[in-house]
Design a protein around this ligand. Structure first.
Ligand code: URA
Length: 198
C-alpha cells in the first residue's frame, strides 16, 4: 500500500497515476465508493481546481463536480473564459466519503501523495483551492477560509514555484449566495494571474 504511494511519486503520466490509484487499497473510502473520481478537464491546463471530495453524482459518474456545485463552478469559470477544455478539475480525495461526510485528516493524508503528483504532472500556473480542506491541505495555512479567500500562497513544484489561490467552495456559495460577490472578485484575481497581470 505505502508502495503504491511511493510509486505514485514517480508516476510518469496521469494515466499511470490513475492506474496506481485504481489499484490502491489502503484508503478505506475506496471500499464504500462506487467509482474512483480521478479528474476532469484538460491535462495541459494552466489552471487546476481542487475541491474536497466526490458526492453522490460524482461517485455515480466517476468524474468530479458533476452535481449542483459543479454547475455553479462551471458558471463561475465561464465568467472568466474558462471551461473544462481549458481547466483541470479534481479533489483532495478521489473517493466519495459515505453519506457525504467530510473526509478525515487521515484519509486526506493517505491520498495526499496522489494529489501532489497530479499537480506536478499537470504543471499548472495556478492551483485554485475550493474551500477550507483544499486550502489547508495545499497551503498549510491555519487561517479560516473567510480570511484566506482571495489570497495567493506559494506552492512548490519540484522545479518551480507556482501559486495557490484560496476561494470559497461552490457548495458553500449555494448555501450562502451573499458570499458570491467576493468570489467573483477572487475569480477576477485568478484571471489576472493567468494573464500574467497580477
Ligand atoms: N464537491 C466537491 O468538493 N467535489 C466534487 O467533485 C463535487 C462536489
Amino acid at each position: 500500500a505505502s508502495d503504491a504511494r511511493a510509486r505514485a511519486r514517480e508516476a510518469a503520466s496521469l494515466e499511470e497515476l490513475e492506474a496506481l490509484m485504481a489499484g490502491f487499497e489502503a484508503c478505506p473510502l475506496r471500499f464504500t465508493a462506487k467509482n474512483l473520481v480521478f479528474a476532469d478537464g484538460s491535462p495541459t491546463a494552466k489552471v487546476m481546481f481542487v475541491g474536497e471530495a466526490p458526492g453522490a453524482d460524482e461517485d455515480r459518474i466517476g468524474k468530479p463536480f458533476m452535481g449542483r456545485s459543479g454547475q455553479l463552478l462551471d458558471r463561475m469559470m465561464a465568467t472568466i473564459g474558462l471551461d473544462r477544455s481549458s481547466a483541470y478539475v479534481t479533489n483532495i480525495v478521489p473517493w466519495r466519503p459515505p453519506g457525504n461526510r467530510d473526509p478525515t485528516p487521515q484519509e486526506i493524508a493517505i491520498c495526499r501523495p496522489f494529489l501532489e503528483r497530479q499537480i506536478e504532472l499537470v504543471d499548472p500556473d495556478v492551483v485554485v483551492c475550493l474551500g477550507s480542506p483544499a486550502t489547508k491541505t495545499l497551503t498549510g495555512t491555519k487561517d479560516g477560509i473567510l480570511k484566506a479567500r482571495g489570497r495567493f500562497y506559494p506552492y512548490l513544484l519540484p522545479t518551480r514555484e507556482i501559486r495557490a489561490l484560496a476561494t470559497l467552495h461552490p457548495a458553500f456559495l449555494l448555501r450562502q449566495p451573499v458570499q458570491k460577490r467576493q468570489s467573483w472578485r477572487d475569480f477576477r484575481l485568478l484571471r489576472a494571474a493567468l494573464d500574467g497581470k497580477a
